[in-house]
Design a protein around this ligand. Structure first.
Ligand code: ADP
Ligand code: MG
Length: 577
């Protein structure tokens, strides 16, 4: 894992090395000041070497200007390295997620994926540059000052340094507690947020059940937990800072007390003691950096582990070697002995056989949960079948390049999804390089052009967030326009289950009829009136294909279809009267 992590440094190697060099020089310059002060007290001032004094001051001034430059590089370009690495990782992660199977998205909550991509990686960028930097700076400063002090008086140095590990240990422990506490606060605020969102979106339901009190109690509870988690976080923050301050004061006291004794016994000079005091106060910086590093390492690595976990998920549905690119598809579809299940528990489709000739329209009907949508999703390989084969123009779909397969299939799904953006963007999704005229012509065929022209910005009207809201029927027609533009030889229509108003219904029906002309069409119909003209009607239940034939044949047969048909017909007349 460290190896994978380091590989992300590679493209930014130059910047990273510059960053580390600057950090190194910063540490060295910091180490100089106490030494200068020491010789000021020990030698230069007592002996009146005023020229040396001026030279020293001048040198220090130049060093501090250099240090300011290094500091700027570390703070700015160091962050840049981290940010670029984070962006690279985020792109890799997103690209990888795009390749994952539909199954992964069935099983994983969107919010979960979002926090993987957005939050987890944020911790990594901090670690990526601060980590090595902090470690490097601290080690140089601690070792450097240790050696320098050791040369002045080794006993005093050892006494003082015995104190340092304890301080670091204390700081790391308390800091860990503090950051856990703050993480808990973030979790609680997320709860409050989702609770709030849920309650507000459901406010009409809450009101209709007169359940405001209940909603309030739920909210108060979440808010109380949030408040308590914050109180605890502030408590651990207070412990951390008070502890660190107290310990550093103790350290100062130790230096003055023991060092004072050493001066009194004339083991060291006053200038040496001043150097000790200055170096010891420097220590607070590495101690802070090291504790920060410990925490960042923990956070960053957990994030990175989760990043690697996702990268390790491999899609199962991938192109074979030498996969075939489809050309001039006629549109014959053949399903042979198909068996499929989402999980071990139940088999959704069993031994299904179905053949559709090029250009034909086949309708799938049957009770909800019978597996109609599932069957349609098997053709573009959203899921792979367990047993059996599907052929398009007598080529097994497993041998076809997946992109080529999907380019030849137009899918109008049950619940239409439109992306945030303009209407035009959404139609262009079917063929990104299409001209404006092609877009308009597709919209006209989909019976949505007139509606679009009435919108404030016409084709450039934003939909979704901050834009116009569209009805279910209008969304459907935009998604149909999208498929007109794509112009695939094979069409799969999953009719919306929710009822549309009559006008929408007629417009959509017209558009779909136009769309399916000259294409092989598999349509899942909920309103049986719409499929009277289908070449073949297949009744699918959880027990498999029950019967098939055209409308007249099935009506004559007086089986399931004729029962469903009559039932629906009655319902409709019921609704009308
Ligand atoms: P229909 O479209 O005929 O109403 P579906 O194909 O949607 O039926 O569903 C068939 C069966 O498969 C149902 O029992 C449903 O619960 C199950 N199912 C559908 N989609 C999934 C999924 N993504 N994961 C697991 N089970 C599913
Ligand atoms: Mg369905």
């Amino acid at each position: 894992m460290i190896k994978l992590f380091s590989s992300y440094y590679k493209p930014h190697k130059k910047l990273f090395i510059i960053d580390m060099l600057c950090a190194f020089f910063m540490a060295v310059i910091d180490l100089v000041f106490p030494m200068v002060t020491r010789s000021l007290f020990n030698d230069i001032l007592p002996n009146g070497k005023i020229r040396t004094f001026y030279i020293l001051i001048g040198t220090l001034f130049i060093l501090y200007i250099l240090r300011a430059i290094f500091n700027y590089v570390v703070d700015y370009w160091g962050h840049v390295v981290g940010t670029r690495m984070e962006a690279d990782m985020r792109n890799d992660l997103f690209s990888h997620i795009q390749t994952l199977d539909t199954k992964y998205f069935d099983e994983t909550k969107t919010g979960h994926i979002m926090s993987r991509v957005v939050n987890d990686l944020r911790e990594i960028s901090e670690l990526a540059h601060h980590g090595p930097e902090d470690l490097f700076l601290s080690v140089i400063m601690i070792i450097g000052s240790f050696i320098i002090l050791l040369n002045i008086e080794w006993r005093l140095t050892l006494i003082i340094f015995a104190f340092i590990p304890m301080m670091i240990w204390f700081a790391i422990k308390k800091r860990e507690k503090m950051s856990n506490a703050f993480r808990n606060v973030r979790k609680k605020i997320a709860n409050v947020n989702s609770q709030l969102e849920n309650s507000i979106s459901g406010i009409r339901v809450a009101k209709s059940f007169a359940n405001e009190e209940y909603e309030m109690r739920k909210f108060f509870e979440g808010n109380r937990e949030f408040k308590e988690s914050r109180e605890f976080a502030f408590k651990s923050m207070a412990e951390f800072f008070t502890g660190i301050n107290f310990l550093s004061n103790l350290l100062n006291l130790l230096v003055i007390a023991v060092g004072g004794m050493f001066v009194y016994r004339e083991l060291i000079t006053l200038g040496d003691l001043v150097a000790y005091i200055l170096y010891i106060n420097f220590f607070m910086q590495p101690v802070r950096r090291l504790t920060q590093f410990a925490q960042q390492f923990q956070l960053g690595m957990t994030g990175f582990e989760r990043f690697v976990q996702i990268l390790d998920i491999k899609p199962e549905i991938v192109d074979k070697e030498n996969s075939i690119e489809l050309k001039n598809v006629k549109g014959d579809i053949e399903l042979k002995n198909i068996t499929f299940s989402y999980n071990q528990k139940e088999t959704v489709l069993k031994n299904i056989n179905l053949s559709i000739n090029a250009g034909e329209t086949v309708a799938l009907v049957g009770p909800s949960g019978g597996g109609k949508t599932t069957l349609c999703h098997l053709i573009p390989r959203f899921y792979d079948i367990e047993a059996g084969d599907i052929f398009i123009d007598e080529i097994n779909i497993k041998d076809i390049a997946i992109k080529s397969l999907r380019k030849n299939i137009g899918l109008v799904q049950q619940d239409v999804f439109l992306f945030t953006g303009t209407i035009k963007d959404n139609i262009l999704y079917g063929k990104p390089e299409a001209t404006d005229n092609e877009v308009i012509s597709a919209a006209k065929k989909a019976n949505i052009h007139e509606f679009i022209m009435k919108l404030p910005n016409q084709y450039d009207t934003h939909i979704g967030e901050k834009g116009v809201k569209l009805s279910g029927g209008q969304k459907q027609r935009i998604s149909i326009a999208r498929v007109f533009l794509k112009n695939p030889p094979i069409l799969i229509l999953d009719e919306a289950t929710s009822a549309l108003d009559n006008e929408s219904e007629i417009k959509i029906q017209e558009a779909l009829e136009k769309l399916s002309k000259g294409r092989t069409t598999l349509v899942i119909a909920h309103r049986l009136s719409t499929i009277r003209n289908a070449d073949n009607i297949v009744v699918l239940t959880d027990k498999g294909i029950q019967e098939q034939g055209n409308h007249d044949e099935l009506m004559k047969k007086q089986g399931l279809y004729s029962r469903l048909y009559k039932l629906q017909f009655h319902n409709i007349t019921d609704e009308i009267t």
